[in-house]
Design a protein around this ligand. Sequence first.
Ligand SMILES: [Zn+2]
Length: 299
Amino acid sequence: MKNPGIKYLVALCAILGLFSQFVSCGAQLYKASLEDDTQDSRLKPGTTASNSEIKTALTSGIHARNGWQKIPINFRVDPSLTADQRKGLGNAMALWEKVVGKKLFNYVGVHDGVHGDSFKDLYSSLNDRVNGHYLDYNWGKTGKENFVLATTIWNYLLSDANTIETADIRFNSNFYLLGDAFKMKARDNLEVVDMTSLAIHELGHLLGLTHVSESEDPGSIMVPSLYIGEGLTNRRVSQNDIRHLQSIYGCEGSSCDVEKVYEDIVFSANNELDQAYNGETEVGGTTPDDHPLNLLESH
Ligand SMILES: [Zn+2]
């Protein structure tokens, strides 16, 4: 039996969420908007790409149908990421790699001395061609609203608007506490955000996915809102999310069985919830312990 109180609150907030992008519901439960959490750098004011060019690159659920110029994607991390933040990012990468059955990410080390606050604005972090995951403690510099949880930015190849050349994720550490929502407590008026759940969504953008509407696919991690707060996680993707990513990167081995991959991911997420709320672990299938939790260290 999973925590019925939480489920009730989620359902209640889902209804309230129809009327507002940013809803406070109960003492510890918020639905945070992710509507404004992405940007193709060519949409930057003063650059030349036309809106029609950008739009033609978009098909349903996908903004870069050719994916990345090269996989695995070499990436670095902000040296100030905590162990739980690294673990959350690693979990999210492992989930998307499971979806296609191939290595998508390659950790090449911390970005020495470079933090989100090292960049003068949102787009300048793309200039070094390092694919980085950064914490911003001065979120105002990104030009995004305070409530935006994180932002994924990318450059397409100049020669091909369907292929991603470089990308960064900037995490809002100014107004949120990012980490393991099963362990963290809100403090200093900052709400807890589950790093794994948020990173699955942002990495979805980084890999080439767009938002989908809740009415189109309510189970999608690419719906532009996320429940945040202590104990609230959404560490899963929908079957459509799996199909979207496989339409870009293909699939290998057992990952080509979409229903099986989906069931494994849901089983694993449910098991984590059982452990967190009831101290129970089901036998069989994929348990959380099977995840390479120290992915970032193991590369
Ligand atoms: Zn988003």
